[in-house]
Design a protein around this ligand. Structure first.
Ligand code: MEV
Length: 323
């Protein structure tokens, strides 16, 4: 095989962000929007990358130099994924890689982890090495850690497995939850968040207020355990209430923003079962669980405080071969 196209879904955190970085569980869902990566063998001695969504055009690096020198931000995850795969499986072929996304990298849907997962899966296929989802997870998570130095890996798991997952740090537990048609509403706050700086902000809080932060994390972990049951029972009212509690804890941690608070409040006032920020905070998206008959009103309420409604549905499909 000389060429393959693979796709993986984006993700949204339902409950448990930040606590999951410290060994606690979270609940994450994959979304319908996908990122596609085409990988083909080339007769150059290097990696050529085109990733127009992140302004990378005809980037070239000799295979022997992978991981060395300046790497543009938009090329990092692909380059290090190739390096990790080649080092582990002893290849050094020239490659041409093209990525294409159905969602903007602004939204915090996990485009970096989705592209990493696609590259790793594509390379296993292209070089005809038998693999398992857990192996794809492990190599992709290593890649993310090599670059970010931090992160729980929940976004990598969503891209590999799809669907709704109960997830514990580093993939210690990755459990699919059958949640049916989760009535989710998603809106963008207009600000791109920087995950690593938000993780560091919480780390500083942990240093100055250890007991308080640990208490918050324990409470968030309890919400996740209850949320897992609410999801399995399709009890959206209860899930909404848990999201509201989770938002309060995230505000206590200092990761929400005025805009996110306004959007969350607007959603609740207009009849959402519950609403919260989703992800690292500092911007990106908010999510709400909503009664369908009130969806339109809730959307209007969020728009009236400056939120942008995104057409996002949960998806069961993890990483897969396209052609
Ligand atoms: C970021 O989307 C969610 C965090 O929990 C980070 C992580 O789990 O890797 C803040």
């Amino acid at each position: 095989m000389d060429k393959i196209t693979v796709s993986a879904p984006g993700k949204l955190m339902l409950l448990g962000e930040h606590a999951v970085v410290y060994g606690h569980p979270c609940l994450v869902t994959a979304v319908e929007q996908r990122l596609k990566v085409t990988v083909e063998k080339s007769n150059t001695n290097g990696l050529t990358l085109n990733a127009p969504d992140v302004s990378v055009n005809d980037y070239y690096k000799p295979i022997a130099q992978l991981g060395n020198g300046e790497i543009p931000k938009g090329a990092k995850f692909v380059e290090i994924a190739v390096l990790n795969f080649f080092q582990k499986h002893k290849f050094s072929d020239g490659l041409k890689i093209t990525t294409n996304s159905e969602f903007s990298s602004q939204f915090g849907f996990g485009s970096s982890s989705a592209s990493t997962v696609c590259v790793v899966k594509a390379l296993f296929e292209l070089f005809e090495i038998k693999t398992t989802p857990k192996e794809i997870f492990d190599l992709s998570y290593k890649t993310v850690l090599d670059i970010q130095k931090t992160g729980s890996g929940f976004d990598v798991a969503a891209a590999v497995y799809g669907g709704v997952l109960y997830f514990i740090t580093g993939g210690k537990v990755i459990e699919p939850i059958i949640a049916g048609d989760l009535p989710l509403l998603v809106a963008y706050s207009g600000v791109k968040a920087d995950t690593v700086s938000m993780i560091n902000l919480v780390k500083e809080k942990m240093q100055t207020h250890k007991e308080g932060v640990e208490e918050i994390f324990k409470n968030i972990a309890n919400l996740v355990e209850e949320g897992k049951i609410a999801l399995m029972e399709k009890d959206w009212q209860r899930l909404g209430t848990l999201m509201n509690f989770n938002q309060n804890y995230l505000e206590d941690l200092g990761v929400s923003t005025e805009k996110l608070d306004d959007m969350v409040l607007a959603a609740r006032k207009a009849g959402a079962f519950g609403a919260k920020l989703s992800g690292a905070g500092g911007g990106d998206c908010m999510i709400a669980v909503v009664p369908e008959e009130k969806r339109k009103n809730i959307e209007e309420a969020i728009k009236s405080v400056g939120g942008e409604i995104l057409d996002v549905k949960v998806s069961n499909e993890g990483v897969k071969i396209e052609i």
